[in-house]
Ligand binder design. Structure first.
Ligand code: G3I
Length: 349
């Protein structure tokens, strides 16, 4: 199908949304998903889109299930923030990608612990949190961001106490607690084959899998910059490396930010092409199960607070218009056209 035909179909059908998940499924993926954070739950216009399962077939809580929200102080567990998001997925018939069990950030457990103490802390955290969500999570990001960009281990409280064994232990505990969830290692800057971090990730995976860690998937976060993001070829090569070791791979937190605002029409064209490369890389990788964007609207993007002066990284702009973000081009949204042109799995290996 030509792009112009897709444009006409969209114009005639006039979908309120792009139906990303519908296209994704037709093209052979399991889902096209989005992160949802708690503050957006009261925004009805936002929630109408977030709950539309033809648009997003999977939800990831952006913060609700993190350590600070589920175990704010040691041994005291609470699930209000997490449940508020997971119930959206349940009510809307969407998959749930759960995020995240063991991460150095948003971690109230910051003091030094002995190896045994840390092992007990991790065990209790995973047993309680993954136990609470048992049976609900299609996937869990079990460990998040365990390596530095140069490939060395991040000196997190968990690593300092236990070394690499904290990773093996986390995966084993998660598998015992929720045997049906796909267990992922999740990280950023592992999309462009093959930098030091990718090489280190591969060697880490080999080590922990040999030690008995049931790692099912590798999540590539996919945060990148317009015009600087990895090419489809580079991403496919990275995924091919991971695919030798695990059952599945996924893009888990995609956003592509402009580093200079305001943006020009050419910047938007480039951003659209960059998004298409990500989706295309997933479509053309047999083990890539889906793409998740790290929220779909600039309104709730983490970018402006973290990178002042940068932004407009999401598919929809602040106003949630369907011509927002990469939709702004006045063309059919390229990610729609990617799925539309790929058609019923044609692009899948
Ligand atoms: O909830 C408090 C609120 O009570 C308080 O008034 C407010 C004042 O700052 O802070 C609120 O907490 C914020 C929280 O998001 C909830 O919105 C934190 O300050 C803020 O640091 C936190 O940022 C999150 C960040 O992870 C933490 O590192 C972002 O929303 C979230 O999008 C981001 O997500 C991460 C992924 O988990 C892992 N990969 C990178 C990605 C982007 O940083």
């Amino acid at each position: 199908m030509q792009l112009s035909v897709v444009a006409i179909l969209l114009a005639v059908a006039g979908p309120a949304t792009c139906q990303l998940d519908k296209w994704a499924k037709e093209a052979g993926l399991k889902y096209f998903g989005t992160a949802v954070d708690n503050p957006s739950l009261s925004n009805q216009a936002y929630m109408k889109i977030a709950r539309d399962s033809s648009e997003f077939g999977s939800i990831t809580p952006a913060n609700g299930q993190k350590w600070s929200n589920t175990e704010g102080s040691q041994g005291r567990f609470s699930y209000g923030s997490g449940d508020a998001i997971t119930s959206v997925a349940k009510q809307s018939g969407q998959l749930l990608r759960c995020h995240t069990l063991v991460w150095h950030n948003q971690l109230p457990v910051s003091s030094s612990f002995s190896r045994d103490q840390m092992q007990r802390i991790i065990t209790a955290h995973i047993q309680n949190v993954a136990g609470h969500y048992k049976g609900q999570c299609y996937a869990w990001n079990v460990v998040n961001e365990v390596l530095e960009n140069d490939g060395t281990f991040r000196q997190s409280p968990m690593y300092r106490a236990m070394g690499i064994k904290f990773i093996t232990h986390s995966f084993k505990t998660a598998a015992q607690t929720d045997p049906l969830a796909k267990l992922y290692l999740n990280d950023f800057n592992i999309e462009r084959c093959c930098n030091a971090k990718i090489n280190a990730t591969i060697s880490l995976l080999k080590t922990v899998i040999a030690a008995g860690a049931p790692v099912h998937g590798v999540g590539m976060q996919g945060h990148s910059r317009v015009g600087k993001s990895p090419s489809k070829r580079e991403m496919k090569e990275a995924m091919a490396q991971f695919a030798e070791l695990v059952d599945e791979v996924a893009f888990t937190e995609v956003d592509i930010r402009h580093t200079k605002l305001p943006v020009t029409a050419e910047d938007r064209e480039q951003q659209a092409r960059d998004y298409v490369e990500v989706v295309g890389a997933c479509l053309e990788t047999a083990k890539c199960v889906g793409v998740t964007v790290w929220d779909f609207t600039d309104q709730y993007s983490w970018i402006p607070s973290q990178y002042p002066g940068e932004g407009e990284a999401c598919l929809f702009d602040n106003n949630l218009g369907k011509e927002a973000g990469v939709y702004r081009r006045g063309q059919p949204p390229p990610e729609c056209s990617v799925f539309g042109l790929a058609g019923k799995g044609d692009a899948r290996p």
